[in-house]
Design a protein around this ligand. Sequence first.
Ligand code: NAD
Ligand code: ZN
Ligand code: ZN
Length: 391
Amino acid sequence: MKALTWKGVNEVEVQTVPDPKILNSGDAVVKVLRSTTCGSDLHLLGGYIPFMQSGDVLGHEFLGEVVEVGPGVTKHKVGDRVVVCSFVACGRCWYCKNELYSLCDNGNPNPALTEELWGANPGGCYGYSHAMGGFSGSHAEYIRVPYADVGAFKVPPGVSDERAVFASDAAPTGWMGADLAGTKAGDVVAVWGAGAVGQMAARAAILLGAERVIVIDRFDYRLDQAEKVIGAEVINYETTDVDAELRERTGGRGPDVCIEAVGMEAHSPGLQHVYDQAKQQLRLQTDRPTAVRQAIYSCRKGGSVFVLGVFAGLVDKFPLGALMNKGLTVRGAQMHGHRYIPMLLDRMANGEIVTEHFATHVMPLDDGPRGYDLFKNKKDGNLRSVFVPAG
Ligand SMILES: NC(=O)c1ccc[n+]([C@@H]2O[C@H](COP(=O)([O-])OP(=O)(O)OC[C@H]3O[C@@H](n4cnc5c(N)ncnc54)[C@H](O)[C@@H]3O)[C@@H](O)[C@H]2O)c1
Ligand SMILES: [Zn+2]
Ligand SMILES: [Zn+2]
């Protein structure tokens, strides 16, 4: 079958790879109808997560049709249209029982790499390097879905492919950020990053009852979506002093909840960017934590900061003093999607959550290299490139 693979730093190519097979009784094979790029893929593409091998199939957010099921699969049958959670979880271990699905003890068959890096391994993720299980990704005509009863969810008939594909990762990630940050009625919530993840965090905050939700980015076409489709207020950080503006909009106090949806390749204006990038390139820090720093500085005393952006290792100039003295709660997580996807599909069906505007560029898999160029370099108003592998 055809698949889009990682070739080397900043290089992808379309290749022929072996078809997936059922390996365990709980597996399904899914024909991929839609597979989207994600900000997380850019960290792989840029070589910031150094556990990729040439020829690895990329992609972790997808929707498709079940074409084969193992004998242990009870929830799905051939022909079902399903969206699959980007994280692989067993549904049975202590972490899964506690709804911490991205921390599943059994989802990652290569735990040693991350145990050494972080002291313990998270679960697995499709197409996300050998450190996250070495699973073949969804930018392919077919994909093996382990633990299919746990990770695949039937899509309600009225929800389009372009809407439902974002229930795989961006929507549950955003919802988790707003939820686990403790967003409650009347809160002011600030979100750094107007990509699909940031926009979904903003939408979740609105639906959880926040009084004001403010999204921060530098690309006006993304901020326009956050304003017009999501219903948030916006700030362009290139033309506005974010900290001063947030204080102004919160009566001098700062936001109650700050959600970071940017990650390790954050951009910052002026000298800080040169400094952070040089340190990252020299491996004096592995990640650029610009937006995390800003969220911690801007958050009100006693407030809550949630890191949704992906980080891999060490950061420099982490404002521990502000965190401690302002009494902040700082959390982060890979998404526990299984916990939210059924609820999100219901909200997609009743129109409370709209996501098809993310699919700015829908294309065949053969255009994968162009799709990644548009997404990485934010060209031509790109929010996400969505591939139609089996089309
Ligand atoms: N926690 C999870 O489970 C999970 C799941 C999916 C994605 N992610 C991560 O979420 C992050 C965002 O993903 P995405 O798909 O929306 O990516 P994206 O690249 O489409 O969007 C990131 C946005 O951040 C903006 N940005 C960069 N520097 C900024 C700064 N200093 N302040 C404010 N905005 C800034 C960019 O302009 C861009 O619009 C990535 O790091 C991704 O890896 C995490
Ligand atoms: Zn993703
Ligand atoms: Zn588990």
